[in-house]
Write a protein that binds this ligand. Structure first.
Ligand SMILES: Cc1ncc(COP(=O)(O)O)c(C=O)c1O
Length: 438
């Protein structure tokens, strides 16, 4: 199956070098479990769980059935001044796997919208407390928080910002935690870098704590090449935020739903933020959905301040969409029945060792891992340096394995159902591809 010129022209693909892709389009046609099948019949091992989202594997029967049944029963039901049972049931289920103190959920349709919701709720919280000057946000260099104006502003990826000018005012960035000179090839959390959190104290001193609403970070930065937090770093961020009445938001869009060996990274690292953003694995990516989990302190403050009217002037037509809630409920059941959060933890050692086995290749500059996610950073190459990651990715795909690349770093984050044999295939194919491309 090929694409016509008109079809290629009509579809402007996101975050894609459209010219490159459309010169030699690769089309996915179906998916089951750990594998895609392409339009030309090749089976591709999915080493990235779709886009870090199909945590239970593709086309799980229980989830597919739940969505089919729901679409026949009620395709849509609104959530403004009206409700349906599934949304309440799903919210309750979500709260049961979130860390203690995160007791309320608000639904969006994507991670980007979850991030915007988290930022707006932070502002509403301080307004409700009468702290009108607390409006600044602190993000982090190399952070990714989606594509909305809020997420792009607090995000720390230069390429995502330069085309768009000013973005939000009043955003400051922490330095990232990447210290290759000390931490290269760390297995799990790196030893060095806790002091990177101290930059928050400097920002507070310079801008004044009375001007800052929230700090937002990914517990593990995913999109910029898998940066695992140094030991003690998240704990220190938490303490500085608490000491200065600043909210801490963990963006768990990637790290949620078992990726790190527990339901959420905040639980695995035992550091509880005030707000958690989530999406992707929330419905196993079957139906788009995002959400935020919010502490009782935030919820109650906004709720009590706004009696007799809408408490939060924020929401989406598809907040709590019945198909998404049906998919989400079935997804949580699959995670539980298959013990996938525990499985991710128990496979961590095998997966991490397999990732680190690539360290023996000269061109591998660093390997970073945690739970079922790993980043393999490659040295620059002299011929066509800009296309290195892409060439490794293409070589892997041609040999039946899907990975992801960001610059010179290859990321892997397979569905949590992956077997040891498939882990061997994933890293074996990657090793061969790296050797061939250099
Ligand atoms: C940490 C993080 N936050 C937010 C997002 C944005 O999610 P979405 O693409 O669903 O808007 C992503 C997407 O990869 C992400 O990794």
């Amino acid at each position: 199956m090929s694409l016509s010129r008109k079809e290629k022209n009509a579809y402007w693909m996101p975050y894609t070098d459209n010219r490159w892709y459309k010169t030699n389009p690769r089309l996915l046609e179906s998916a089951k479990g750990m594998y895609y099948t392409t339009s030309t019949g090749e089976k591709i091992l999915d080493g990235v769980a779709g886009l870090w989202c199909v945590n239970a594997g593709h086309c799980r029967k229980k989830i597919v059935e739940a969505v089919k049944n729901q679409v026949e029963k009620m395709d849509y039901g609104l959530s403004f001044q009206m409700g349906h049972k599934l949304a309440f049931k799903f919210a309750e289920k979500l709260v049961s796997i979130l860390p203690d103190k995160i007791e309320h959920t608000f639904f969006s349709n994507s991670g980007s919208e979850a991030v915007d919701s988290a930022l707006k709720v932070s502002l509403a919280y301080f307004k409700a407390k009468g702290n009108n000057s607390k409006t600044k946000f602190i993000g982090r260099s190399r952070g990714y928080h989606g594509s909305g104006f809020g997420g792009t502003s607090v995000g720390g990826i230069v390429a995502n910002r330069t085309q768009f000018g000013n973005l939000l005012n009043g955003v400051i960035h922490l330095p990232n935690t990447h210290i290759p000179s000390k931490n290269s090839f760390s297995w799990g959390q790196p030893k060095y870098g806790i002091e990177k959190a101290n930059a928050l104290n400097d920002i507070i001193e310079f801008h004044g704590k009375e001007t800052i609403a929230a700090v937002i970070v990914e517990p593990i930065a995913g999109s910029t090449g898998v940066l695992v937090p140094p030991l003690g770093y998240l704990e220190r961020l938490r303490k500085i935020c608490s000491d200065n009445d600043i909210l801490l938001i963990f963006d768990e869009v990637i790290t949620g739903f078992g990726r790190t060996g527990d339901s959420f990274a905040s639980k695995r690292f035992n550091v509880i933020p005030d707000i958690i953003t989530m999406a992707k694995g929330i419905t196993n990516a079957t139906v788009p959905m995002g959400a935020i989990g919010v502490s009782s302190e935030i919820y109650n403050t906004i709720y009590k301040k706004n009696k007799g009217k809408i408490e939060l002037f924020h929401g989406y037509t598809y907040s709590g969409h019945p198909l998404a809630c049906a998919a989400g409920l079935a997804t949580l059941e699959v995670y539980e029945e298959d013990g996938l959060f525990e499985r991710s933890k128990s496979l961590e050692k095998y997966f991490g060792d397999a990732a680190h086995s690539l360290a023996k290749l000269n061109v591998v500059k660093d390997v970073r891992n945690f739970g079922l996610v790993a980043g393999i950073e490659l040295s620059e190459r002299t011929k066509s340096p800009n296309t290195l990651g892409r060439d490794v990715y293409t070589e892997c795909f041609e040999n039946g394995v899907m990975v992801r690349f960001t610059g010179n770093t290859i990321a892997v984050s397979p569905p949590l159902i992956i077997t040891k044999k498939e882990i061997d295939k994933l890293f074996g194919t990657l090793a061969k591809a790296i050797k061939k491309v250099f």
